[in-house]
Structure formats: structure tokens, C-alpha cells
Write a protein that binds this ligand. Structure first.
Ligand SMILES: [Zn+2]
Length: 284
């Protein structure tokens, strides 16, 4: 709950011989995270692995603080993210450029000493005792995005859109620099693994049956609307309004978004437009 905002960021704990925290949220939610962990009877000293899906501030902005508070933990990250969590300048400047004042609401990350960071290549396995967690690189939303696989279940971060359980639907989410081709490849990669559950960060678990097909379909519809809008010189606001008209429930999710997510859907339209524009420039 960054600044008290509920039903926005899910974090997960896997309790085996080793204890693993999936996602940390931003630094402004550290206090509620620590409270939650203690409430279920786990001490910070007991946590072994801190495992984000990617390092966007809403997922891991508080990672450095939590690693520091959990003295026996190491963070496990995509090779492309490893440097940024130890030398945070680029990470923080990039986040502020994209998120504006929301970055300040999330709070500045703390650097993590390099000897407390493990790099997770594709297929990397973390042994937790009787179970294991395996890395599946799922770029698109971010080049350093990992979906973590745990016994037929997947912690999907932002690689499968945003999940709105009350509407039983997911909608795409993209940052300013987005790779649509890789995002679809990643969804296909996940589809092939036939998961039982998808554990979203935004927000909560979802039965996997039909879910990845649904979000893939939604990504394709959105990119079509944005390609049309691009050809007809529409503004991103106009494109968003078309999406609101055509996609059931989308407007409702927009109205319900709190301060951190107020511009989420507009941001996704901008990210997709940026992709369409780049692709068009390449084809000329
Ligand atoms: Zn996110």
C-alpha cells in the first residue's frame, strides 16, 4: 500500500526451507510490507531471497531498503538489471523522467551492494528446499522482465497486462519504451508452459485457463486501434477514448485508479504509439 493505496501492488511469500519474497513494492510501501510479513509470523532475518519480476519502482523501488532490512537476504535479478540496482543514478533518473511526480510518491531506491545481488539468466533455478523457482525471461514490458515459475504457477509481473478480478479481464500495460513484438513472444512463451495460476502484481492471483489468450487478444486489439489512430493523426487522448468506448470495463478501471495509476492507460497508449511510430520509421 504505497501512500495507503489498496489493491494495487501484490507481493508474495513462498515459504519452504528457504523463504522467498516476490516483489517488494516501492520504498514508500516498505512499512506496510514489513508489517504484513511480521503479522504472518515471519522475521525479516528469515528471508533468504528477494525476487522481483523487474525493477520498475512499483515492483522493486523499495528493494534496496528491504534487502538492507533483511540481513540474510540476496536479491535475484535479470542480468540487465543487476548493475542498475547497485549504481542507481540511471535507474532513478529514468524513473523520474517517465513517472514525473509519481516517482517521488514511490520514493527513491537505495543501492544494493553488488555482493548481495545474484544474476538470473534464462532458465536459472533457485533451490528453495523441496521446491524451486525458475526464471523465464519475458521481455516486452521491460527488457529485463522475468516471469518466475513455481510448480506450474507463474509470477507474471507486468508481462501479462493488469488483472482486474472484479471485471474478470486483463488490459495491457506498457511503459514509454515498449516492444510489442517481444511482449507477444513472451505471452506465447508463457502459453506454451500451460500454467495453472498466474500471480499478478497488479493485482492478485488468476486462474490461468484462457487468461493468456485473453490478454494476447487484448494487446492485439489495442495495437490495431493505435495503428489506426496513428494513420489518422489522432491524439493519444482520442485513442484512449476509442478504447474506453470499445473495451468493456476499461473506463471503469481508469476511474477507479488511485494517484499512482491515474495515467496508466494513457501511458500504455503512448507506449504503443511510440512502438508504432518507431516501426513506421524503420519501414521507410
Ligand atoms: Zn507494475
Amino acid at each position: 500500500m504505497p501512500k495507503g493505496e489498496e489493491n494495487f501492488i501484490s507481493v508474495y511469500l513462498i515459504v519452504d526451507e528457504k523463504i522467498t519474497l516476490i516483489e517488494t513494492g516501492p520504498s514508500s510501501s516498505n512499512a506496510s510490507l514489513v508489517n504484513g510479513i511480521r503479522k504472518i509470523g515471519i522475521e525479516l532475518e528469515d528471508i533468504d531471497f528477494i525476487v522481483p519480476t523487474h525493477i520498475h519502482l512499483d515492483h522493486f523501488g523499495g528493494g534496496g531498503h528491504i534487502v538492507e532490512m533483511c540481513p540474510n537476504s540476496v536479491a535475484v535479478l535479470h542480468p540487465k538489471a543487476v548493475k542498475h540496482v547497485s549504481e542507481i543514478d540511471e535507474w532513478w533518473t529514468g524513473s523520474r523522467d517517465f513517472l514525473g511526480e509519481v516517482a517521488d510518491l514511490y520514493g527513491k531506491p537505495k543501492p544494493i551492494p553488488p555482493d548481495r545481488v545474484i544474476s538470473a539468466d534464462e532458465g536459472f533455478v533457485l533451490n528453495l528446499g523441496t521446491s524451486k523457482l525458475q526464471s523465464l525471461h519475458t521481455p516486452g514490458h521491460a527488457p529485463h522482465h522475468i516471469t518466475w515459475i513455481y510448480d506450474g504457477e507463474a509470477f507474471v509481473g507486468d508481462s501479462a497486462g493488469l488483472w482486474y478480478p472484479e471485471l474478470n479481464v486483463s488490459f495491457p500495460v506498457t511503459p514509454g519504451y515498449y516492444r510489442h513484438d517481444l511482449a507477444l513472444d513472451s505471452i506465447d512463451k508463457m502459453l506454451a508452459l500451460q500454467f495453472k495460476y498466474l500471480h499478478y502484481t497488479h493485482f492478485g492471483p488468476r486462474l490461468a485457463e484462457g487468461a493468456l489468450e485473453q490478454i494476447k487478444f487484448e494487446f492485439e486489439i489495442w495495437i490495431n486501434i493505435i495503428e489506426n489512430g496513428y494513420r489518422n493523426n489522432l491524439s493519444t487522448i482520442d485513442m484512449l477514448n476509442i478504447l474506453f468506448k470499445q473495451r468493456d470495463g476499461l473506463k471503469r478501471t481508469h476511474q477507479k485508479h488511485g494517484i499512482h495509476q491515474a495515467k496508466t492507460h494513457l501511458g500504455s497508449v503512448e507506449g504503443m504509439l511510440n512502438w508504432v511510430t518507431r516501426k513506421d520509421a524503420q519501414s521507410r
